[in-house]
Write a protein that binds this ligand. Structure first.
Ligand code: AMP
Ligand code: ZN
Length: 138
């Protein structure tokens, strides 16, 4: 399979490896959006969250605190964003990965959410709630 992260896991192409165990591999994101920008990937090739079992998710997310604590210890950031992109155009590498992005004063990153509370009435919240709960129970 022509997957760049599978090749990194197998050591076929180089990466700045941070951590490895039987389930996951962690390495520096080549872009270093901020200092320490890290990716954690499952060793099992799985495209994205829609293809994951609970066991697959457990393998990756259970290692996130370990890497997050190491980044905090190493660089003392003011905070940390944890991001995961699924499907085009957000996702560019189709092997599931979690981004850990330490944040610093004036680091130039813009990862803010928008507050749309003023656009939402109770009926809007109820419609959104209804659609999701319905999908969960189908
Ligand atoms: P996403 O948009 O969530 O799919 O992000 C994929 C990430 O993989 C990007 O942040 C890339 O910088 C990173 N990336 C792609 N190729 C490599 C590589 N060979 N080594 C390290 N990071 C990579
Ligand atoms: Zn892969």
């Amino acid at each position: 399979m022509d997957c760049i992260f599978c090749k990194i896991i197998k050591g076929e192409i180089p990466a700045y490896k941070l951590y490895e165990d039987d389930k996951v591999f962690a390495f520096l994101d080549i872009t270093q959006g901020t200092k320490g920008h890290t990716l954690i990937v499952p060793k099992k090739h799985v495209k994205n969250v829609y293809d994951m079992s609970e066991e697959d998710a457990q393998a990756v997310f259970s290692r996130v605190p370990k890497l997050a604590k190491a980044l905090k210890k190493a660089f003392n950031p003011i905070g940390l964003n944890i991001i995961n992109n699924n499907d085009k155009p957000l996702q560019s590498v189709f092997h599931f990965h979690v981004h850990l992005i330490p944040r610093y004063e004036n680091d130039g990153m813009t990862l803010t959410t928008v507050n749309r509370q003023d656009d939402y009435e109770k009926s809007d919240y109820l419609n959104v709630q209804d659609a999701i709960v319905k999908a969960l129970n189908e």
